[in-house]
Structure formats: C-alpha cells, structure tokens
Design a protein around this ligand. Structure first.
Ligand code: HEC
Ligand code: HEC
Length: 353
C-alpha cells in the first residue's frame, strides 16, 4: 500500500531522533489516521476493497462528508450530493425521474441507494457505465442536470476557504487542490456508507429473532429472489433483464440510455439489463427500478407475477414469472422490512448535521 511506507518512515524518524536530540519530530507533523472499517460477516464479503491510491483515513472521510453535503459545490449553490442521496432515505431521493438538479430538468434514471458500494466492483451506475467511485464522481459534479459545476471554479471556491484548504492539505499532503482530490475524498466517505445492522443482521448473528411471518418470508426470498438479490449484500452485483419492457427505443441523442447494459457492452444479451439493486433498506428507497416506475413493493411483486415482458434477453428464471400466494407475498414483504437498517440511518443522520 502506497501510504504505508510514509507511515513507517515517520516511526523510523521518531526512533532515530528520540535518542540523539530532544527534538520531537511529531510536534509539527500533523498526520492522518488510516483505518479499515469493521465489516460484518453478514455481508458475506471478504475484506474491504479500496484502491491503493486512495486508502481511507478518518480525516479523508470527514473531508468527503463535508463535500458530500455542501451545496456550494454546485453551479447555483443549492444542490449537493445529498439533495438526491438523502441519508434518511438510505441515500436516495424518493423521486422517480427527479428534477432536483441545478437545471430543474428531469433526469433519465432514478437515484440509487449508495450503501455498500465498496464491494460494487463490477460496475457502478444502473448500467455499470462507471468503473470506480473515483472516476464516477465527476459525472454528478459536472452534469448540467445534476450539480453543473465547473471544476476550475470549484477548486477556486475550495481554495478560498481556509478550512477546506487546511483539510485538503492535511489529507492529500499538497498545497494544490486538484479535482482528483475532491473526488477521492468524496469516494472515501461513500465507501464508509456500510449498511450491516438491520434486524436481519442481528438475527444472523444470534442477537435478535425474526417473527414466524418474517421467517416464512425469508424462505420465499431464498426460493425466488436470492439468485439475483444474493444474500449478504442482497445483490449479485451483476446485470440482468428482469422483464420490464419488450422494446428498447434508442433516440440518437440519448446514445443508448434506454438500452441498459447493452450501451456499455454492445452484447445483445445485455439489452435492457440493469444492475441488480440491493434489497437492503428497500422499504426506504421507493420508487423502484432504474426509472422509478413502481411506487410500492406490492407493485414490484405484481410485476414479477403478472407483468414480465418476454423478450430475447430476459433472465431465464423469470420466463414464467414469480407466482406467489397472498400469504407468501405478505410474508416476503415482512422479511424485506427486516432489511431496514435504522442503526445505519440514525448514524448518518447525526453525521450530516
Ligand atoms: C440531481 C440528482 C443527483 C445529484 C445531485 C447527485 N446524484 Fe448521484 N445519482 C443520481 C442518479 C439519477 C444516479 C443514477 C444514474 C445512472 O445510473 O445512470 C446516481 C448515481 C450515483 C452513483 C452510482 C451508484 C450505484 O449503485 O451504481 C453514485 C456513487 C453517486 N450517484 C454518487 C453521487 C455523488 C458523490 C454526488 C455528489 C458529487 C451525487 N451522486 C450527486 C442522482 C444524483
Ligand atoms: C433474474 C434476476 C432477478 C430475480 C430472480 C429477482 N430480481 Fe429483483 N431485480 C433484478 C434487477 C436486474 C432489478 C433492476 C431492474 C431495473 O431497474 O431495470 C431488480 C429490481 C428489483 C427491485 C427494485 C429495487 C430498487 O431499488 O429499485 C425490487 C424491490 C426487487 N427487484 C425485488 C425482487 C424480489 C422480491 C424478487 C423475488 C420475488 C426478485 N426481485 C427477483 C433482478 C432480479
């Protein structure tokens, strides 16, 4: 890891000078504190992946948080990341095709939750069009219908604040603020949005129990949903066509935006395929699907039961639909509620104040 040698060097320095002189080499040196977040076994992941060039430090995460909630980053001073990714809605905005950006124009997709993205390594955005957070962040920052920022002006704004200037210098050891630093800090914050304290997690760890109804719903989930919404992260982090549409129009000015993953891969199997969203906090993240077309979870279940549009790239396990009895449906909905993580929400609400 790139940062480790620096750290060792400082220890070495401390040891050598401590015996010869009374000078404390740490006196002037302000150091960041690197850390790795705790990861629950209930996420069923191994380790905490992060790029070598941008490992978490407490100070870096704090800076990222400040940037995430700062509307002054946008062209009109009114839109922050949190405008569309609100902590109380598990970092979504409750809109289908929201008009919350600086232009007031409707977006073409709905705002996804930002939880557990540290492990989303097979592509970010609904179609996997971004490879990592570090490169993704420039899109919302500069998009005319999101924050509309000009990166040079943004850097000037940050340089004009003593607080930001000192904070950037501490975290990135450079007096220059580069736009890459802005994105790195925000990425550090987003990687710490780890949702792993729901009732389901407590139950898995033997610290809480699920009701009979929820337990029945867990079985319904295992039998019908877990092949894609895989247990742990509740997503397989992959792309499927779940039968929302029969046809995929392609107005030239939208450059394939209605064609899902196909826009990225040009593979006919990916036509209309989108990233499996996590079911964690699903109660809080309505409306549903990449374009927010369903307002309720009942509508989602109706889609899987009666609404599947047969098309060439449809996921094979959905060809007959997912037929559930009314009892199975209500138990499934009860189980899905057990994935709401109020500990996570409370924690990030406090942090955003
Ligand atoms: C005006 C609303 C809006 C604002 C402001 C906004 N976003 Fe988003 N965000 C969206 C939408 C809509 C998408 C889905 C886009 C897509 O998939 O094509 C998205 C997607 C994302 C994703 C991908 C998540 C995933 O599961 O793949 C990340 C990460 C993200 N935004 C972070 C941010 C950050 C960081 C900021 C601030 C710099 C920000 N967003 C500002 C609306 C917004
Ligand atoms: C073949 C894989 C697959 C199966 C099986 C599957 N899903 Fe999905 N699910 C997806 C994909 C892919 C999406 C996103 C589609 C889109 O937005 O275009 C999705 C979206 C959803 C959403 C919307 C989430 C959001 O944040 O917008 C919910 C809720 C959901 N599924 C629940 C279920 C339930 C409950 C089951 C079992 C009854 C199930 N799914 C079975 C792949 C699947």
């Amino acid at each position: 890891m790139k940062t480790l040698p620096n750290f060792l060097l400082l220890i070495g320095l401390a040891l050598t000078t401590a015996c010869s002189q009374d000078i404390d080499p740490f006196e002037q040196v302000q150091q960041v504190h690197y850390f790795i977040p705790e990861v629950s076994s209930t996420l069923q992941v191994s380790g905490f992946p992060q790029p070598e060039r941008n490992v978490l430090s407490e100070e870096g995460v704090l800076l990222g948080k400040k940037l995430f909630f700062d509307p002054k980053l946008s062209s009109n001073g009114k839109v922050s990341c949190a405008t569309c990714h609100m902590p109380q809605l598990a970092f979504t905005d409750g809109e289908s095709l929201g008009k919350l950006g600086v232009s007031g124009q409707a977006l073409l997709r709905t705002s996804p939750t930002l939880v557990n993205l540290a492990w989303q390594l097979d592509g970010l955005f609904w179609d996997g069009g971004a490879n990592d957070l570090e490169s993704l962040n420039f899109a919302p920052l500069t998009h005319p219908d999101e924050m509309g920022a000009n990166l040079e002006e943004l850097v000037q704004y940050l340089l004009s604040s003593v607080e930001y200037r000192q904070h950037f210098e501490l975290v990135f050891e450079s007096e220059l603020i580069q736009s890459a630093h802005i994105s790195r800090a925000i990425s550090q914050y987003v990687r710490t949005l780890i949702s792993q304290d729901s009732k389901y997690d407590q139950w898995q760890m033997g610290k809480a129990s699920l009701s009979d109804l929820e337990l029945k719903g867990y079985q319904v989930y295992k039998n019908n949903c877990s092949s894609c919404h895989r247990e742990g992260l509740f997503t397989d982090r992959y792309f499927h066509n779940n039968g929302l549409d029969k046809e995929y129009p392609n107005p030239p000015e939208l450059e394939g935006l209605y064609q899902g993953r196909f826009r990225i891969t040009s593979n006919p199997k990916d036509m209309g395929a989108y990233k499996t969203p996590t079911l964690r906090n699903i109660e809080l993240t309505a409306p549903y699907m990449h374009d927010g077309r369903f307002k309720t979870l009942e509508e989602v279940l109706d889609h899987y039961q009666n609404g599947i549009q047969i098309n060439e790239s449809l996921a094979p396990q959905l060809i007959r639909g997912i037929v559930l009895s009314p009892e199975e449906k209500s138990s499934l909905l009860a189980f899905l509620s057990s994935l709401t993580d109020s500990v996570f929400i409370q924690k990030h609400l406090q942090l955003s104040n």
